[in-house]
Design a protein around this ligand. Sequence first.
Ligand SMILES: C[S@@+](CC[C@H](N)C(=O)[O-])C[C@H]1O[C@@H](n2cnc3c(N)ncnc32)[C@H](O)[C@@H]1O
Length: 391
Amino acid sequence: MRLYAVAPPGLERVVAAELAAIGIAGAEVTGGIEWDGDLSGLRRANLHLRCATRVLLRLAAFRARSFFELERHAGRVPWERVVSAERPVALRVTAKKSKLYHEGAIAERLAAAILKRGAAAFVPAHVDEDDGAADLQLIVVRVLRDEFTISADSSGEALHRRGYRQAIGKAPLRESSAAALLQLAGWTGETPLLDPFCGSGTIPIEAALRARAIAPGLANPGRTPRHFAFTAWPEHDAARWRAATAAARALIKERAPAAIMGSDRDAGAIQLARANAARAGVEADISWQRLALSAAEVPTPNTAVITNPPYGLRVSANRDVRDLWAALGRFVRERVPEGDVALLSPDPALDRQLGVPLQVAAATRNGGIPVRVLVRARGPAARVPTGTPAA
Ligand SMILES: C[S@@+](CC[C@H](N)C(=O)[O-])C[C@H]1O[C@@H](n2cnc3c(N)ncnc32)[C@H](O)[C@@H]1O
């Protein structure tokens, strides 16, 4: 099987390290990681990847420059590996620099081929990266310079939708971005951790999942797997899937080894964070406090500070935001001189306010805005992220 893990922009390296940690050696390509594997790897990747968006199975690759050629190839795609009469199929097509460029017309031709194999296919008006659901099979089609790549989504809902975050605050961070911050910081779970701007709690919750080696696909109190699209494929092996989830459950630590703390000055945010932590089944691992940064406490000088601080859209014009970042820098220098640090910054003008030696670990996007992940500079050899434990 040719498999492909879609990574958020700029985080391919992080996803590659996560795959390596579960015994999968993939090749980094733009937008994700490719590897030759089997259903076992596909199951483990879906269950364990904290930072990837979804996992795709390559169904076919061919060249077509006319609808006639496209139809001929579409008839030979092994659709029956992933479609069934019970689940409708949605097609997401992107075409660039190709003779066939009308995405809707390409989708219609492919839908007709799928229909002939007995599945109901439809072409939604718009399917973005986050779409995908329990009750439909997403087919991802990319056309570049007349080369077609047809893949089946094996994840269903995007992997960052762990299921615990039903309550969100003002500027929530994706679960996968929070996990990437932890990994890029080099935080292993052995030292205490504080997010002093925790909002709806995503960073402390992801930290607790990681510290206890809870697979992100089991982020609920019962440790039952969330739904994945591949479990509806005809070749899905329910017994092996039960064994994979049981193996993942066996890795879980009873408690997080060190204190995990989230604070925010907003009382509503703390309420949301508590509710989300309960839904993820990590309530007992995190202490939440309603506090402004100026009143935040840390237990040890090696406490990690991993955070997504507030930033206005026009940072240079916002004096309050600059002062807050300067206060965060003082906090890091004075209170956690030895701790791991990672934060998201939209603007080098804000980094300078911090006055802490930092290095850019990744450049990605958050809520549509380009941001950089800054981590504490630890000398010339940056630490390699460790990833999820092998199953
Ligand atoms: C960008 S949001 C963090 C979002 C969070 N990562 C999430 O996933 O929901 C920034 C948070 O900082 C909080 N905040 C702003 N100024 C603060 C201060 N001086 N002290 C503590 N928290 C503050 C806001 O209430 C807001 O929840």
